[in-house]
Ligand binder design. Sequence first.
Ligand code: SF4
Ligand code: SF4
Length: 202
Amino acid sequence: MAIVVKRKPLTFLEKLYIPEIVRGLTVTFRRMFFGETVTLEYPEQRPPIPAGYRGVPTLVRDPEGREKCVSCQLCEFVCPPKAIRITPGEIPEDSDYAHVEKAPKEFDIDMLRCIYCGMCQEVCPEEAIWLQNQYSMSGYTRAEMVNNKAKLYELGGTLPDDHFKWNKKKEAAKNGGGHGHAMPPADMPRSENPEVPPVFPK
Ligand code: SF4
Ligand code: SF4
């Protein structure tokens, strides 16, 4: 059964409107001259961004200025709205960046598609893509809203790298090792060799 809600009738003063306007302006003037300012003059003034905020996705370099992205395309695969487009490129062996085989030739993120979900950051094995504190993106055309590789690195900058994974791998490779550790001696028994997977009886 429908319930009829009775409306409170307006008083004579409320019907006049003027007292309510004066009451509203009193609050405004009190705030203007005596109260604490609660608004910001954006964009000159910016709000503080909390730690861990997930803004626009960006690409970052390691403290040695090297690209961290190895162009594995996991982020492109996992991105729900298909906002990422990567063209992988090979790194020549004589390059300063030859600690890895690949780096992106092109890397585009369409910010008209991106939903700021952070899955690209979660899935990246190199900690190369980060959603940082940039929250404002605008443009006059669709093309302007696609962040290319140069723009992504400009936004991302450099982040600390606690692991230096590729340095360790390069060092290990120099010493004849493979995956970040030195190769075991050739005369080591097979059962004690961590490089050899155990053989289970059939
Ligand atoms: S934040 Fe989400 S939607 Fe945006 S590029 Fe990363 S995975 Fe795609
Ligand atoms: S940003 Fe990370 S996940 Fe995406 S291609 Fe580069 S290394 Fe792979």
